[in-house]
Every structure is written in C-alpha cells, then in structure tokens.
Design a protein around this ligand. Structure first.
Ligand code: AMP
Length: 397
C-alpha cells in the first residue's frame, strides 16, 4: 500500500508518499513560506527534483499543488489518485477528544474542530489539509495521527499545572505537549546511532522549527516536555510568545484593549522572534539581519537559544543526568548559530562541543557535533515524523 503523509504546519506543508511494503519514500517535498511572500514547493520523485514557484496564500492551494506534483510528468510517481491507499494527517493537539490514531469520518472532522482552540495555528491547517484531500480523493481512507500520544507517559508531577486539582479533572487543563512523533523518532534514532538500547539513555530532544519544543526522554519514554496545554508554551517561537506570566497576559490585554480571544491571537501570531526582531519569524531572515548588524535580530536569536538551553539544563536535572542532546527540525537541522549558543557553557554537564563539525552544511544525514570523547553526545538528526505517521496509519488500517 502507498500512504501519503501530510504534515501541515503553520507556514509549511511537508509530504511523503511511502510504499509500506519496504517503507521506501517514493516522493517527497515541502511547501515553504505558506502565507508569506515567496512561497514555493520543492518536490522530489523519480530521482528528480522540481521547484514550483507559486503563491500559496493557504494550505488548500498547497495541497492541490502537492497532488499535482505527485502525478506530474517527469517527477510524478503515480498515474492516478487511486494508487494512494490512505492519507495520514499529522495533528498537533488532541486534548481529551482523541487518545490515539483515528480514522477520519465526517463526525471525527466535526470533533476535530473542537480542538482548534488548543492549537489555533496548526489544527485548523490540518483540518484544511484533510478536507482538501477528501475533495480530491473522496474514497481514500484518512487518519489523524496526534503529536500528543508520545507524551502520555509523563508523570502527574510533570503534566499538572498548579491549579485546583478538581479544575484539572473537570476541564482537562494540563500539559499535553506536542511534536510527539518527532521526539519519538529522533530519540529512537539517537539510541540506534549510539549503539545503545533506549532504556540505557537520558536524552534531551530539541525539536526547533517554526514551532519548537524540548523533551526529556528517559529510558525511551517522555518524562517532561516544554509545550503545554497548547503549543503556545515553552520557548518563544516564530510568532508565538512561549511561556509568559498569566498576570502579564491580563495586564497587556487591558492596556491594549484586547478581548481574551484577540489576546490569544496576539500571543500566537504577533510575538515570538517576529515580535522581538520586528523583522521576521523565519530564522534565515534573522541570521541575515544578525550578519548585517541588526541588534534586535541578534537579540531574538540570543533569547531563543538561551531559553532552549534553560530547558536542556532543567531536563538534565529532572532526569538526574544527561547522555545525549538531539537537535532536529528546520532550525535544529539548519541553524548552526543556535546549536552553538545552546551548547555553550554546558561543559559542566559534560558537553564538549565541536564548532567546526557544527558549521558543516546539512546533508540530510545524522551528524555528531560533540567533540571526540565528550561525555554528552550532541547529534543532529533529521526528523521523520512522516514515517511514524505512515506506520501508525498502516497499523490502523
Ligand atoms: P519547520 O517548522 O521545522 O519546518 O522549521 C521551519 C523554520 O526553520 C523556518 O521558519 C526557518 O526559520 C528555519 N530554517 C532555517 N534554515 C532553514 C532551511 N535551510 N530550511 C528550512 N528551514 C530553515
């Protein structure tokens, strides 16, 4: 069976068409800068690559372009949509509505809408992706694969907020985490790379992308993670504020005359490194700004790295040790300055960093950027959420 995996993020949409007989990727690609000027799709298939430069104001246009590329002359790998046995959709947040991978039905789609407020940037994008695919492939089964599943092993002391316990019970307000498929994949890959069993390792996985989360993986299981009730928590991100004192939120809303809903939109869309830099949410633009001496771009990069470092230290303490730090996702895989800043000053934990190895260009392979003999290994591992999603989809069907 061929499974199309769709991973719709806030400004990106990645896909892979995977042959489940051998888990071979037949075609893959990604739309970038959706909703931002200069959007494009880089598609690979048949050993060829093609770049489609096209305005993508929303995710529906992006998916239509992906489906066009899959059957396109030259790079196309299928003749008709009938060859796609199922579509697995990545969904960031499930709340208490879904516990595991779920087959899409009209009722499930309706229930999915209930989760929008938990992930206002991602879940509506995922739903748009599902609907667009259903329009083009009405007879193809689709699944929702949730990022929250890997975090289900967190103990109560880690996932609870300091609120009335009865309110947690009544409303389900607790930490759910996000990017679970990515943290699951890269922590397992790290163990494989290091030739150890997952049970033997204490790993901090840093999924740093447009949305970023850091997870403590002790013995192969998630014991804590930086995102919270929604993907707004943790480090500051592209346009999201990250952790902020609840009283400051109320104070700001009052000063700016914003409703609760508008305040959440503000925290999701106008903050983060975009708000700090005043330039962009994209780290490539921030790096360019830093290089031309823009102080606020430098500050945004500094804050992002510092906040990530704080989680690494906190999670080493939470696990009572650290064997490995993993960097993954758009920024984790492509932005050396962030990795260097995160790891600087962590010698006391046993991290010896190799600056030269860190500067090498991303070639899509696993790279070791700790110095030889470093007690704590530092790895760059390309994430493969798509493979995890395809496996879960095949299993369900
Ligand atoms: P993600 O959400 O994982 O797709 O990550 C997207 C973010 O990674 C972008 O907003 C950029 O800030 C950052 N990034 C930096 N360099 C690159 C690159 N060469 N390719 C893709 N993303 C990059």
């Amino acid at each position: 069976m061929k499974i199309l995996v769709v991973n719709a993020g806030s400004s990106s949409l990645k896909y892979q068409l995977i042959d489940m007989q051998n888990e071979k990727v037949l075609a893959k690609g990604g739309c970038e800068r959706i909703g931002i000027e200069g959007s494009f799709l880089k598609a690979k298939g048949n050993g060829q690559e093609k770049v489609y430069e096209k305005a993508m104001p929303n995710h529906k246009v992006a998916i239509e372009l992906v489906l066009h590329a899959l059957a396109d002359e030259g790079i196309g790998v299928i003749k008709s949509m009938d060859e796609i046995g199922a579509v697995g959709h990545r969904v960031v947040a499930s709340g208490e509505f879904f516990k595991k991978t779920t087959l899409v039905t009209p009722e499930v789609l309706k229930t999915l809408e209930e989760t929008f407020e938990l992930a206002p940037l991602h879940n509506p994008a995922a739903a748009t992706g599902v609907k667009a695919c259903m329009e083009v492939m009405p007879n193809t089964p689709m699944t929702l694969v949730f990022d929250t599943s890997f975090h289900a092993t967190m103990p109560e002391k880690a996932f609870l907020y300091g609120i009335d316990y009865e309110d947690y019970k009544k409303y389900g307000v607790r930490k759910y985490g996000a990017h679970g498929t990515s943290h699951k994949f890269v922590s397992a890959e790290a163990a494989k790379y290091l030739g150890k069993k997952p049970e033997q390792l204490k790993i901090v996985t840093c999924h740093l992308g447009n949305g970023s989360s850091i997870t403590a993986v002790d013995g192969g299981k998630c014991v804590d993670t930086s995102m919270g009730f929604t993907p707004l928590a943790g480090v500051l991100m592209g346009t999201r504020s990250g952790d902020i004192d609840a009283s400051a939120v109320e104070f700001l809303a009052r000063k700016k005359g914003l409703s609760h809903a508008d305040m959440i939109t503000y925290l999701n869309k106008q903050c983060g490194v975009a708000g700090i830099s005043g330039v962009s949410s994209d780290f490539r633009d921030l790096e360019a700004g830093y290089e031309r001496g823009d102080k606020r771009c430098a500050l945004a990069l500094e804050m992002f790295s510092y906040q990530t470092k704080r989680f690494v230290g906190a999670y080493a303490a939470a696990m009572g040790g650290l064997d490995c730090i993993v960097f993954t996702a758009g920024i984790g895989e492509n932005t050396p300055i962030v990795r260097e800043e995160v790891c600087s000053g962590l010698e006391f934990l046993g991290v010896q960093f190799d600056s030269e190895a860190n500067k090498k260009k991303n070639d899509g392979s696993i790279r070791e950027i700790s110095a030889k003999g470093s007690k704590v290994k530092v790895l760059i591992i390309p994430t493969n959420e798509e493979l995890v999603i395809a496996r879960e989809t095949a299993e369900l069907l």
